[in-house]
Design a protein around this ligand. Structure first.
Ligand code: ADP
Length: 189
């Protein structure tokens, strides 16, 4: 990723794969802004905004928030940026979101420079989410909701692997954080 230029990384992978942690480091070390839609939505819930009240039950059920809400949110974020150097964590999550993002990036002349796909087996994902829930208290991090999020991922988000096609780089998400990170960096350069 050349410094200074617009660049967009789209980080794909199932819930619990560790995208958030890895995206944060990639952002820090490569001068990118991390945009985590899950964090943004949880922040609205925590602040009790109108949007937060609307999405709270959806998050707690492990379902997806409607596309128009997410698309408006991302449009706002990107248009206020002087230069679009971004890593997306948790967006897009549907083909409709991916199409809207393509239009937006075209308008902003910001190229997608990498689409890493972090792969972790299902049972390991559930184990990680349940462990994270015990530490964080996140209301959707329990086994029941985690399984629903997995199902929603398979149904609505996995089609993005075909959508991005040859741009997708599969990355093994098992192993120590540093090794996984190294594989991700290699996949976007
Ligand atoms: P995880 O990857 O662990 O499932 P996230 O923090 O990415 O967690 O997302 C948490 C919840 O926020 C999702 O289950 C969903 O309800 C909502 N959400 C986040 N991003 C999106 C999105 N792009 N489209 C629709 N809903 C979203």
């Amino acid at each position: 990723m050349r410094e200074g230029r617009s660049a967009v990384v789209i980080f794909l992978g199932p819930p619990g794969a560790g995208k958030g942690t890895q995206a944060e480091r990639l952002a820090r070390e490569h001068d990118l802004v991390k945009i985590s839609t899950g964090d943004i939505l949880r922040d609205h819930v925590a602040r009790g905004t109108e949007l937060g009240e609307r999405v709270r039950p959806i998050l707690d059920a492990g379902q997806l928030v409607p596309d128009d809400i997410l698309i408006a949110l991302i449009r706002d974020r990107l248009s206020s940026m002087e230069r679009v150097r971004v890593i997306f964590d948790g967006f897009p999550r549907t083909v409709a979101q991916a199409r809207a993002l393509d239009v937006l990036l075209e308008e902003l002349a910001a190229p997608i420079v990498g689409v890493p796909l972090l792969e972790v087996p299902d049972e390991e994902l559930i184990r990680r989410i349940v462990e994270r829930g015990q530490a964080s208290g996140r209301s959707d991090d329990n086994e029941h909701v985690a399984r629903e999020r997995q199902r929603v991922y398979r149904e609505q988000t996995q089609p993005l692997i075909d959508y991005y096609g040859g741009r997708v780089r599969r990355v093994d998400g098992i192993g120590v954080l540093d090794d996984v990170y190294g594989r991700i960096v290699a996949s976007v350069q």
